[in-house]
Design a protein around this ligand. Structure first.
Ligand code: UDX
Length: 482
């Protein structure tokens, strides 16, 4: 029930459908299914099925079925409300299994927050797996932090994270505010701790990342979970598909054609793309400083704007949150475009004029940037984005972290400095070189071929499907987890 999860789930569904031609049923709430149907019309072998859900029965605004329209306190209410889907899902699965056209093999793939779906599958004798839309390193950090709450056992700013090497330390500033405040008795822990524990009881885990990109991350994830883990990413359309990608998502604030035309008018690698993902924004003060810094950097930009955190995230963006005359100045000089609410991100990142991505380091955004060879400026805001940012900067060498969290105030001067560094000729050139190396690793992982010629992620998904759909024993599977 979040764009950052629905998008990779639909890519996973497309990939499985493409490789096995099995029947896919995508299950979500009515508004989410309605939003998907225009991009993915139901067919007899690719079905979209809504489960009854009324947000107002959970004290949520009507039609709030995805985190992107909700403030943080309502977001956790939606998570708890999602537990109410279980009886309807159980009924759907029983009905499916007892129908005359019941499949000979059924496999349920559940998101981590809805991992109770694996329990339902288990009770009905179906195969099941949990799918983490995050990376290996991000998933392990997030699981370990929620399960052990290590920061709550110390007053120190820095603390070790259970299951990570002793030398690894996180700082309190790398915790989202709700995790920093968590003590095990709060509403967030009451949701995440059981959801993670149930995920760890699933038969296996699919992870939207690449074995060769997160080698140590996958080692940590397998040690932590004890599960058979399949690295099946990056789950996204590749460049050869088309110029405009058919994806899950919302209506664009500026059309694909208009964005591409604007980018066409700029030199290669000269445009900064700025977006904080599907469900986060920064403060009003910070929006102002970011605008000043970007303007002072002299770089061209496309910036996806949403109301600051203090305001209704689903509301209208007001010009008073920007320096006076900013939007007109940028438009008249063709220096910058502000896109309201939602941009065609993958098309923008795929364009040769895009030279850097200022991002909250959500895992989909990170994979999309790397898959197009675009270096990043990190500003993690929530969830596991803080640990993605560390990995992208320290382990992969493709990112420079500018700021972290929603409460910080980074002066415009610092924004200007970091933008110039990342888009410049010294450090910038090295970041771009690393991003190209990673793009090649991502492409290789999805390469078709036989034996050794087949990419690692395709091998992993084929191996998973063989076990899940052919009824082969887990022990007879391949060797990824050995
Ligand atoms: C959150 C987590 O932080 C992320 O790491 C987790 O795996 C999923 O949920 P979110 O804020 O949704 O992420 O960001 P991200 O993971 O980057 O996903 C956003 C998706 O929306 C991307 O696929 C991106 O291309 C798309 N998007 C976002 C658009 O297409 N246009 C936009 O304007 C904004």
């Amino acid at each position: 029930m979040a764009q950052g999860h629905i998008i990779p789930f639909m890519e996973l569904a497309k990939l499985i459908h493409h490789r096995r031609r099995c029947t896919i049923t995508v299950v979500s709430t009515p508004a989410n299914i309605r939003a998907l149907i225009s991009s993915f019309p139901s067919t007899p072998t690719f079905r979209l099925v809504p489960l009854p859900f009324d947000p107002t029965h959970h004290s949520l605004p009507a039609s709030s079925e995805s985190c992107d329209t909700l403030s943080t306190p309502l977001f956790v209410r939606l998570l708890h409300a999602s537990l109410s889907l279980r009886p309807a899902f159980s009924f759907l699965l029983s009905d499916f299994l007892s129908s005359p056209s019941a499949p000979s093999r059924l496999c349920v793939i559940a998101d981590v927050p809805t991992s109770w779906a694996c329990e339902v599958a288990e009770s009905l004798g179906a195969h099941h797996a949990v799918f983490s839309t995050c990376g290996a390193y991000g998933t392990t950090s997030y699981f370990s932090l929620w399960q052990h709450l290590p920061h709550a056992r110390t007053d120190a700013d820095e603390f070790p994270v259970p299951s990570f090497p002793d030398s690894f330390r996180l700082n309190r500033s790398q915790l989202p505010s709700y995790l920093r405040a968590a003590d095990g008795a709060d509403v967030w822990s009451a949701f995440f701790q059981p959801a993670i524990a149930t995920s760890l009881r699933s038969k296996s885990m699919l992870c939207n990342s690449v074995e060769e990109v997160e080698t140590s991350g996958f080692r940590l994830l397998r040690n932590y979970t004890g599960l058979r883990v399949y690295a099946v990413g990056p789950l996204l359309p590749f460049l050869d598909e088309k110029k405009s990608y058919k994806r899950a998502g919302k209506a664009h604030g500026l059309s694909v054609d208009a964005c591409l035309e604007w980018l066409d008018a700029h030199p290669p690698a000269s445009v900064l793309y700025v977006s904080f993902g599907s469900q986060n924004t920064i403060s009003a003060r910070q929006t102002m400083e970011l605008a000043k810094g970007i303007e002072a950097s002299g770089k061209a930009f496309i910036w996806v704007i949403r109301p600051p955190v203090e305001f209704d995230i689903g509301g209208e963006f007001k010009n008073e949150w920007l320096p006076e005359g900013f939007e007109e100045r940028m438009r008249e000089s063709a220096r910058g475009v502000l896109v309201r609410d939602w941009a065609p991100q993958l098309e923008i990142l795929s364009h040769a004029s895009t030279g850097a991505f200022l991002s909250h380091c959500g895992w989909n955004s990170a994979l999309e940037s790397l898959s197009r060879g675009v270096p990043m400026i990190g500003w993690p805001l929530a969830s596991e984005q803080f640990y993605n940012s560390v990995m992208l900067e320290e382990e992969l060498g493709v990112c420079v972290e500018l700021a972290r969290g929603k409460e910080v105030v980074v002066p415009g001067k610092e924004v200007e400095r970091v933008v110039r560094v990342v888009m410049g000729e010294e450090r910038g050139a090295e970041l771009r070189r690393r991003a190209v190396v990673l793009r090649e690793l991502l492409e290789d992982s999805m390469k078709e071929g036989d034996g050794e010629g087949k990419g690692s992620s395709l091998k992993a998904i084929d191996e998973f499907l063989e076990i899940a759909l052919s009824g082969k024993s887990q022990m007879n599977g391949g060797s990824l987890n050995s």
